[in-house]
Design a protein around this ligand. Structure first.
Ligand code: GLC
Length: 432
């Protein structure tokens, strides 16, 4: 054997990543409880409960809008034409990463707000082919916790997803964007709405299918929003961005704790660090290093590597072995590879179960003492879309928690909802 792989240790580690039925139900109940407290006073909850100042669309929204989708490593700007009746077309699209190793980096600590928003404004300029005359309304999907006072005024509370650009926290993001646009002569482009990506996904899905009240992103980051009906107070229903990635009423394992301590923002985003694509690879790396007895090893596994390992269905696990060898430099036996694959699967399954528990917490809270209503949960993001084991484990967990009531609830992929939702929000502002 070429390494210190310890089988007994591996089984124990896999167990640490396992959430049994009882724990799952406890987490869903704890989420519901936090939500209920947060509705009364967000300070008493680990959920931020951020107001979006928008409800659901009618599906009749029309017109052409610009959508800036900013929230992960890739920024997209789209021109979207809404035709009403849930119909739309993408007229133009430009996309660029915020960071290219060795070339530029707008999300690191050495960047600044002006450079970052300048980059965004330049990309918007490209999407309109440099047109400085035609008026455009722009919807801005800004996918970080922000405090809003109306639909166009959002102040970044804190960066998440390891973004570290100085000078943006505490600022009104569309002021920064407008300044950058004006500085480049784009006085014709007017940001009119800013919204979280979860809110955008919910708007986009609800534009196409009624019966959608929950929107979620399950990708680099993870977060969920829902339409709060305010049944008790009679206020106008509004979408609340929970920033559920910050949910804290969980029991982190050793690896969760280890990773949190070395992250950009220790103590923050505890659920997100257990479930989202940005972090899964890091947890896997820490757990594997523990099993092979290498405390300080820094293996660069990503969620994509994990997906490759899990997808290797062959008996000899050659592909999985190659991925692991490329990253660790080590050769593992077939049996060891099988167990490593099980570890990757356990991390993914835990992620899907925890995410589902939060969905069910929302469903329980909105149903109150009544029946669970028929509904779709709209989800966008690469982990939901592409990671093996995720969809089936979401379904399994939905059934475990909701029992026969799970028949009326399903999750649906809303691909690209972040951009479409931004255009819909702009249209909703225009319609008044
Ligand atoms: C992070 C952000 C949140 C966003 C999510 C998905 O959790 O804080 O606002 O919705 O990532 O992009």
């Amino acid at each position: 054997m070429s390494n210190n792989f310890n089988e007994a240790k591996m089984s124990a580690v896999i167990k640490e990543f396992t959430v049994n039925a009882e724990e799952l139900a406890e987490i869903a109940a704890a989420f519901r409880h936090d939500l209920k407290r947060g509705l009364k006073n967000p300070d008493d909850s680990s959920l931020r409960m951020l107001k979006s100042y928008v409800g659901l669309p009618t599906g009749k929204e029309t017109g052409e809008y610009l959508a800036l989708d900013f929230g992960g490593t890739n920024v997209r700007v789209l021109r979207i034409r809404l035709m009403g009746a849930g119909q739309y077309t993408e007229v133009a699209k430009v996309a660029k990463p915020l960071k290219i190793d060795g070339e530029y980096d707008y999300i690191g600590a050495n960047s600044n707000a002006e450079e970052m928003f300048g980059f965004l404004a330049d990309l918007i300029g490209q999407a309109v082919d440099g047109d400085k005359e035609t008026p455009f309304l722009l919807g801005h999907t800004f996918s970080f916790p922000s405090e809003q006072t109306d639909i166009n005024n959002a102040k970044l509370i804190i960066w998440t997803k390891e973004f570290a650009t100085p000078g943006v926290e505490g600022k009104v993001v569309n002021d920064l964007l407008t300044e950058a646009l004006v500085a480049r002569g784009y006085k014709n482009i007017k940001p009119v709405a800013v919204l979280n990506d979860t809110v955008a996904v919910l708007l986009s899905a609800a534009y196409k299918h009624p019966d959608t009240y929950i929107g979620s992103i399950y990708a680099t980051g993870h977060n969920t929003c829902y339409l709060e009906p305010y049944a008790e107070t009679g206020e106008t229903p509004m979408i609340l961005n929970l920033e559920s990635g910050g949910f804290m009423k969980l029991v982190p394992n050793r690896f969760d704790i280890m990773f949190d301590e070395k992250s950009e923002k220790p103590g923050e985003q505890r659920l997100e660090k257990m479930v989202s694509g940005r972090y899964m690879g890091e947890l896997f790396a820490l757990a594997l290093a523990d099993v092979t007895g290498e405390k300080d090893a820094k293996y660069d596994f990503t969620a994509v590597d994990m997906s490759g390992i899990i997808m290797d269905g062959s008996e000899n696990l050659d592909n999985a072995g190659q991925i692991i060898n490329r990253i660790t430099g080590k050769v593992f036996s077939q049996r060891e590879l099988m167990l490593i694959k099980e570890l990757a699967a356990a991390i993914v399954i835990r992620s899907a179960r925890l995410v589902t528990a939060t969905f069910v917490g929302i469903i329980w809270q909105t149903a109150g003492k009544g029946e669970v209503r028929m509904q779709h949960i709209a989800v966008d993001g690469s982990v939901y879309e592409k990671m093996p084991l995720v969809k089936e484990n979401i379904n399994r967990a939905l059934t475990e928690l909701l029992k026969e009531q799970s028949a009326v609830v399903d999750t649906v992929l809303d691909n690209g909802g972040s951009g479409l939702g931004a255009a819909i929000a702009a249209a909703m502002v225009k319609a008044g």
